[in-house]
Write a protein that binds this ligand. Sequence first.
Ligand SMILES: *[C@@H]1O[C@H](CO)[C@@H](O)[C@H](O)[C@H]1NC(C)=O
Ligand SMILES: *[C@@H]1O[C@H](CO)[C@@H](O)[C@H](O)[C@H]1NC(C)=O
Ligand SMILES: *[C@@H]1O[C@H](CO)[C@@H](O)[C@H](O)[C@H]1NC(C)=O
Length: 427
Amino acid sequence: MRHFFQIVTATSILIVIILLQMLALSYPPSYHDSSKQQMSHRGHHQMSFTKDCNCKSLFTIGACGIDKLEDVMPFDTGWKTALSGLNAARKYANMEMMPHLATLARYLPQLFTLNVTLEDDDRFSLNLNTTPSRSMTKLPFVSCNIHQYTSDEVDRCTKEYKRLTGEPLRVAFVGDSRIRNTMQQMIRKLHAKVALKAGNEDIDMDLSTFLDTKVKLNLPIRGDAIELRLHWSAYLDEVRVVDQLDPRVAHQGARDLLEAWVYGNFTEKDGPPPHLIYMSNGLWETNMNDDDVAVEESMTTMKTMRPLLNKLSRMSQILWHMHGPFKDWIAIRNKPTYALDMMNRMSWKYLRDTNIWLWDTRTVLTLKERTECQALHEANLTRKVPWYWGCSDFQHAGMDVEDATGNMIWNLACNKILNFSPDKCCS
Ligand SMILES: *[C@@H]1O[C@H](CO)[C@@H](O)[C@H](O)[C@H]1NC(C)=O
Ligand SMILES: *[C@@H]1O[C@H](CO)[C@@H](O)[C@H](O)[C@H]1NC(C)=O
Ligand SMILES: *[C@@H]1O[C@H](CO)[C@@H](O)[C@H](O)[C@H]1NC(C)=O
């Protein structure tokens, strides 16, 4: 009798295992599958990027657990206090985040240096870094390694992506100038190697015009195996303006576009749902309003948009821009950093339980840049440094930060496709 039960149990375990395997097969391929397996099974289909916490930790500090980060990188008490403070601020909306991120920024190397030399004829000459980039292989709050992409490698990646999936890699940029600046810098690095064409039947704009202007409209930039699209959005929860030449387009949002992607009723001009979206709720709510109104409006935006963003985050990988600080010593309008911090905390409150990745590793880089710019300002040297350092722009990061930002995006999009070693994030 006992023997019989043992057989029955063994059989049922076997059945359960078979059932589990069948379930596993019918379920969409797991993100942890090796890329090769996934590719051969899925053929001409959308490919998903690596979604494990290691990859996410390239964007969200301590995505595998902030405690784990402390084990990986035992720094001093200041560093540890900053991490635990950040952890607490993410949970309790009444605590500030930015000061903790600023503390972490102190552990980054200084980039902006000026060597002033006195020449024989009593004149000063300046020596400075003309191609600054904050892109580094190691960051003291990311436990995996970051690959430094060349345009050749991006080219190889997108071609491979197209070969495997049958479609170009689609990256969308939804937001205001802070998002557009990243896109522009990515294209500056890319277009020497990859042939790209801007515009569509609505907007006839060549690439260099796009790179040199503060475009506030919707614009696709296409290469053979890549599609980068700007979807200008100043107030995310508003709808778009139909006529791209209508000046009101600068004040448009993107709600109807996100709906079209989610519900599948997008038009040719919208493009199908992107594989990757870098998105922001924009700064216009703070710029155009006093602080209390700004914070309230941004809360309304997050509340309204959360369900839609949540749905979209199941279809596309969304990277959510966390606001960096203003350089308030040159601010042309009164904008306290705490209003931005409040917006960031609201993003945490409303988006933390979605598949959206809240991107604050980048924010630390902007805080480092801000400190360096402030030092240059205090030494009365701002006017001597090149504009692309961003030190005379009160609300935008310089190219040094945008470079690192774009590089992180390529790590997410390409490390798996290019089969990089497992010590690299997202491979
Ligand atoms: C400035 O001088 C230091 C020390 O001589 C040197 O290491 C550094 O590379 C110089 N920086 C630039 C931008 O020339
Ligand atoms: C797309 O479908 C959704 C859901 O049915 C609807 O709310 C939205 O208005 C539609 N958008 C367009 C542009 O037709
Ligand atoms: C700052 O530098 C500018 C030139 O770049 C000079 O005209 C001005 O007098 C300086 N101000 C101070 C306070 O040194």
